[in-house]
Design a protein around this ligand. Structure first.
Ligand code: T4K
Length: 389
C-alpha cells in the first residue's frame, strides 16, 4: 500500500512495480495463428509487393470501416505523405500543433508549410474558429487529427473547406475502430490515414493505410505507393516505396480477430483509472463521449494548473515507481524545430494548445495492464498529490 510520503519511490521507497510499465506496449493477437501465416509466407516465397495477405488485409480493413478503398502502407507517416501528394496539397496546410510531430513533418518533408491552429481544450481536437483565423491565399487544405480516437469536428471543418475551396483530409492514426456521430471513422473528408504502429491500439508491427471512397484518389495513391508502376515495366507517375510487407499484413489479420477483446481490456482499464482518480483534487481523466465507440488506447490524465503537484513532478513520481507515463504531445509541434524558427509565424502563441500540452500525462493501458495494476497507479497519483515534495 502506498499511502504516506515515505511509501513513494521518489522518496526512496522500493518501486511499486518490478518491471517498466510502458505506454504503448503492443497488443498481440493469437501466436499460433501468426506462426501459421509466417509458415505460409515462407512456403509461398511471396514477401512483399501487393501479396495475397496484404490484399486480404486491405479488404478486411475496408469492410470493418465501411469504406470503399484501403491502400495499406509500410507506416502511417508514408501514408500521410502519399495522401498529401495525391490530394495535390501545396503552399500552406492547416493542422493542429497538438499532435504527434509526424502530422506536421509529412507536410514539411515535401516543402509544404504546416500552419498550426489552436485546439479546443475540452476535446484536444482542432478548433474550427482557430482554423478560420489561419486561412491565407496560400492555404490549400486542412488536416484534422482524431486525437486519442475522438473524432475532430468533421462537419465544421468540411464547411470551412467547402467555403474556401480547400481539400480536407484526416490523420486517423489514433482512431482505428472508433466512431464519429455513430459512423466509423475512415470515410470522412477526401481520405483518412491510419497507423498500425506497434504502439497503436491495433498493430501490424509497423504499418499504415489510406482509406477513401474516392476511386480516382485511391488509384493515384496505389500508383504512388509502388513507384508509379501500372504494369511490369510501365511507369506513368512519380512515386515512392510505401508498400506493406506480407508479414505485417499477417500480424494485422491476426490482430483484427481480437479487436473487441483489446477494446474491452482498454475500456476496463480506462473506467478503473477514471473512477480511481475521481476525488483527487486537481487531476482528472479526459472523458470520452459515451455515445461514440472509442478504442480507449489512450488514458489521458489532465493535471490542473492549481494542482498541489506539477505535471512534470507527477511524471517523475510515476517513473520512480516504474510507471513510464508520457507527456504526449508536449510541447506542441510549433515549439519543435524546424517549426519554432523556420516559418513566418514563428513566435506563434497557441494558448489552448500550450495549456493542454502542459497538463497531459498519458498512462499505461492495454492487454498487459489489469484494473488491479491501474488501482496501484492511481494510488501512487493520490499519494503524490496529497504529499507533494
Ligand atoms: N499521426 C499521429 C497522430 C500519430 O500519433 C502517429 C504515430 C503518426 C501520425 C505516424 O504514424 P507511424 O508512422 O508511426 O505509423 C510512438 C510511435 O512510434 C508513433 O507511432 C506514435 N504515433 C506515437 C504517438 O508514439 P514514441 O516516440 O512515443 O515511441 P517510443 O519508441 O517511445 O515507444 C513508446 C513506448 O512503447 C516505449 O516506451 C516502449 C513501448 N514499446 C514500443 C515499441 C515500438 C514496446 O513495448 N514495444 C515496441 O515494440 O512514438
Amino acid at each position: 500500500t502506498i499511502r504516506h510520503r515515505a511509501d513513494l519511490a521518489v522518496n526512496g521507497a522500493v518501486p511499486a512495480f518490478d518491471e517498466l510499465l510502458h505506454v504503448g506496449r503492443p497488443n498481440m493477437g493469437d501466436r499460433a495463428a501468426f506462426m501459421q501465416y509466417a509458415a505460409d509466407i515462407f512456403d509461398r516465397r511471396w514477401l512483399s509487393n501487393n501479396g495475397p495477405l496484404v490484399q486480404e488485409f486491405e479488404g478486411e480493413v475496408a469492410r470493418h470501416l465501411g469504406v470503399k478503398h484501403c491502400v495499406a502502407m509500410c507506416n502511417g507517416t508514408i501514408a500521410l505523405e502519399i495522401a498529401i501528394r495525391a490530394l495535390g496539397l501545396t503552399g500552406e496546410v492547416i493542422v493542429p500543433s497538438y499532435t504527434f510531430v509526424a502530422t506536421a513533418h509529412a507536410l514539411q518533408w515535401q516543402s509544404i508549410t504546416p500552419v498550426f491552429a489552436d485546439v479546443d481544450p475540452a476535446t484536444h481536437t482542432l478548433s474550427p474558429a482557430a482554423v478560420r483565423r489561419m486561412i491565407t491565399p496560400r492555404t490549400s487544405g486542412i488536416i484534422g487529427v482524431h486525437l486519442w480516437g475522438r473524432g475532430a469536428p468533421v462537419e465544421e471543418l468540411q464547411e470551412i473547406a467547402d467555403e474556401h475551396g480547400l481539400k480536407l483530409m484526416f490523420d486517423a492514426a489514433h482512431a482505428f475502430s472508433c466512431t464519429y456521430q455513430g459512423r466509423m471513422i475512415g470515410s470522412f473528408g477526401a481520405c483518412e490515414v491510419l497507423s498500425f504502429h506497434a504502439t497503436k491500439f491495433f498493430n501490424s508491427f509497423e504499418g499504415g493505410a489510406v482509406v477513401t471512397n474516392d476511386d480516382q484518389l485511391a488509384e493515384a495513391i496505389r500508383l504512388m505507393r509502388n513507384f508509379g508502376f501500372v504494369d511490369l515495366d510501365k511507369v506513368i507517375h512519380p512515386g515512392t516505396n510505401g508498400k506493406m510487407i506480407e508479414i505485417a499484413a499477417a500480424m494485422g489479420l491476426v490482430n483484427m480477430r481480437s479487436l473487441d477483446q483489446v477494446i474491452a481490456a482498454n475500456r476496463a482499464n480506462y473506467v478503473a483509472y477514471r473512477e480511481a482518480v475521481r476525488g483527487i483534487d486537481g487531476v482528472r481523466v479526459l472523458e470520452y463521449n459515451e455515445h461514440e465507440r472509442n478504442n480507449y488506447q489512450y488514458v489521458v490524465l489532465e493535471v490542473a494548473p492549481d494542482c498541489t503537484i506539477g505535471r512534470d513532478a507527477l511524471v517523475d513520481a510515476l517513473r520512480a515507481e516504474n510507471v513510464m507515463a508520457r507527456r504526449y504531445f508536449w510541447p506542441g509541434c510549433h515549439k519543435m524545430e524546424p517549426y519554432r524558427s523556420l516559418f513566418p509565424h514563428a513566435g506563434l502563441v497557441l494558448p489552448d494548445t500550450e495549456a493542454v500540452a502542459a497538463s497531459v500525462i498519458v498512462l499505461p493501458t492495454g492487454q498487459t495492464m489489469t484494473p488491479d495494476m491501474v488501482a496501484t497507479v492511481a494510488q501512487i497519483i493520490r499519494t503524490a498529490v496529497s504529499h507533494p515534495a
